[in-house]
Ligand binder design. Structure first.
Ligand code: GLU
Length: 255
C-alpha cells in the first residue's frame, strides 16, 4: 500500500512551535517517501474547541508551505461513522456507570441502581463514548485513520500511551493497523510540553522560513539558510528519521 500520512490538530487554539515540529515530521516522512499527506481537524470535543482556531491553523499551515492532498476532514461531521463503529463492536462494548475516581467493575455488569454514563470497550477498558454523549478521541481517531486510509502515523510522544488502545481498536474493527512513529516533544524552560493550555505563543506569520529551520533543527536535521520553498525542497530530499533526537527531556531553548 502506498504511504499516506496525516496531521490531526485539535482546534483548541492556534498552532505553536510544538505543533509545527509534529506537522513537519509527519509531512517530511510522507513526502520523502513519495506519499500523500492530509490534515484532519479533530474538533470532536466541541466545548474545548475555540471559535476560529481551525481556520487559523489552516492559514498557518498554508503560510508555512504545507500542501495537502485532500480537503480537510472535520471530526464534528463524523458522528454517524463513530456510532456505526460502536454498533460494529457489538458485545465488546459495555455501559459503564463510573466516574474517573471509581474502581470500575462495569465490564461484569452495571452495579444495581446505577445508570450508565459512558460506553467502554472490553479488553482495553477505555471510553468510546463519554458521559456527556461525545465520542471519545480513542474511537474517533481510529475510525478516521482507517476511513482515510492512513498507513503511517507520525505524532508527538505524548500520545504514545494511547497507541496500544488504538491498535487494539483497529484490530477489533477489522481495520489494517497503521505504523506509528512518536517524535519528541518540544518543552518549555520548566520542562512542560508546549501546548495551547500552557499558552505557547502562536506561530508567527511574517517570516516562516527561520521558524521552519528551527523546527528542522529540533528534529535533528541540519538545514542550510534558504528561502521557504527551497528549504522544503532541501528538507524533503535530506529528511532522515534516524536523526530524531532521543529521550524526552530535551529543552529546545526556543520559547
Ligand atoms: N488531535 C490530537 C492532538 O492534537 C492528535 C491526535 C493524533 O495525532 O493521533 O493532540
Amino acid at each position: 500500500m502506498s504511504y499516506k500520512g496525516r496531521f490531526a490538530p485539535s482546534p483548541t487554539g492556534p498552532l505553536h512551535f510544538g505543533s509545527l515540529v509534529t506537522a513537519t515530521a509527519s509531512y517530511l516522512e510522507a513526502r520523502s517517501r513519495g506519499g500523500r499527506w492530509i490534515v484532519r481537524m479533530e474538533d470532536l470535543d466541541r466545548p474545548r474547541c475555540q471559535p476560529g482556531a481551525a481556520e487559523e491553523i489552516l492559514r498557518a499551515l498554508a503560510v508555512y508551505g504545507f500542501v495537502m492532498d485532500e480537503p480537510v476532514l472535520y471530526q464534528s461531521t463524523r458522528d454517524e461513522a463513530y456510532a456505526a463503529a460502536i454498533r460494529q463492536l457489538g458485545d465488546l462494548v459495555y455501559p459503564c456507570a463510573c466516574s474517573r475516581r471509581d474502581v470500575c467493575r462495569c465490564a461484569e455488569g452495571l452495579p444495581p441502581g446505577r445508570p450508565a454514563r459512558s460506553l467502554k470497550i472490553r479488553g482495553g477498558d477505555f471510553v468510546l463514548r463519554r458521559a456527556d454523549g461525545l465520542y471519545a478521541y480513542q474511537l474517533a481517531v481510529v475510525v478516521d485513520d482507517a476511513f482515510q486510509g492512513i498507513t503511517d502515523i507520525v505524532r508527538g510522544e505524548d500520545l504514545l500511551d494511547s497507541t496500544p488502545g488504538q491498535v487494539y481498536l483497529h484490530r477489533a474493527l477489522g481495520f489494517p493497523v497503521p505504523r506509528y512513529v512518536h517524535v519528541p516533544l518540544v518543552r518549555d524552560a520548566s520542562g512542560d510540553k508546549l501546548s495551547k493550555q500552557t499558552l505557547a505563543p502562536p506561530l508567527p506569520f511574517d517570516d516562516p522560513a527561520p521558524v521552519l529551520r528551527r523546527a528542522l533543527e529540533f528534529l535533528g536535521q541540519q538545514p542550510p539558510e534558504l528561502p521557504l520553498g527551497d528549504l522544503w525542497r532541501w528538507a524533503i530530499s535530506a529528511w532522515d528519521l534516524r536523526r530524531l533526537p532521543h529521550g524526552t527531556d530535551r529543552d529546545s531553548g526556543l520559547c
